[in-house]
Design a protein around this ligand. Structure first.
Ligand code: PLP
Length: 238
């Protein structure tokens, strides 16, 4: 039996109230905002508790941890979880990630898009469900951070649109350190508009973490990736 930690339930309710509040202040319907709980470093037992609390969308940033948790939770079929892969992807992990996740937020170069597409075609194009993907945009000047350079966004989007087993849904970004998150999210909203000149339906904006999700909501975020505000501090990775 799953025993739910009342502190966890309290933090989740508190974050959800803040999401509602920020959405209403922005004149948006809170129902248009998907709250993804980032569970990296935390044990499967925490995900079971979250599921009891009604959480359906969970996020992980490493393939091995994602695959391991999905396998462990496999028996817990009802109700199903939607797994979001939010970390930097490597081409040689694409097949494993695709097998475990429904959404990949971190497409940032053609090679990665092609690897996910090839992983979908391996099982037959018509057999595999489309994989929802977002293009990660780098909001810093540091090429070592994940994400495509903003001036390469449309070219990458056009490439992803040509991948038969991928469904391009929108943009994703992490607010840079040392900058007002609102300014960064305002730029991201502009990149979302630019993306939609190439892919009119790709209107998801994945942005907003523990420290900055209310600002992300006011700039149109549709998918929040919230970890520690809900889960509590992350344990050290063993
Ligand atoms: C860990 C992580 C988050 C969640 O971070 P918190 O600050 O704990 O909310 C969101 N997005 C990405 C890409 C992450 O790696």
């Amino acid at each position: 039996m799953v025993v739910v930690d009342p502190l966890l339930a309290g933090r989740l309710a508190d974050v959800d109230a803040r999401i509602d509040d920020a959405a209403r202040r922005a004149g948006r319907d809170p129902g248009d905002v998907t709250r993804i709980v980032v569970t990296k470093f935390h044990p499967v037992s925490l995900i079971e508790e979250l599921a009891v609390l009604g959480v359906r969308d969970v996020g992980e940033n490493r393939q091995q941890e994602l695959s391991g948790k999905v396998a462990e939770l496999h028996s817990m079929r009802e109700p199903p979880l939607r797994w979001h892969f939010i970390g930097q992807a490597q081409a040689n992990k694409a097949r494993a990630i695709r097998a475990a996740a429904s959404v990949v937020h971190s497409i940032d170069r053609e090679r990665i898009a092609d690897a996910f597409d090839a992983a979908g075609q391996a099982d037959g194009v018509d057999a595999a469900p489309l994989l929802d993907v977002l293009i990660q945009v780098n909001l810093t000047d540091d090429p070592a951070r994940g994400g495509v350079r903003p001036d390469e966004l449309e070219a990458l989007a056009t490439h992803v649109r040509g991948c038969r087993t991928l469904a391009l849904r929108g943009v994703m970004a992490v607010a840079p350190l040392g900058e007002e998150p609102a300014a960064a999210f305002a730029r991201l909203a502009g990149y979302s508009e630019r993306l939609r000149t190439v892919a009119p339906d790709a209107d998801w904006i994945s942005a907003g973490m523990t420290a900055d999700f209310p600002a992300a909501i006011s700039y149109g975020a549709t998918h929040l990736r919230i970890g520690s505000a809900i889960t509590g501090p992350r344990p050290a990775r063993d």
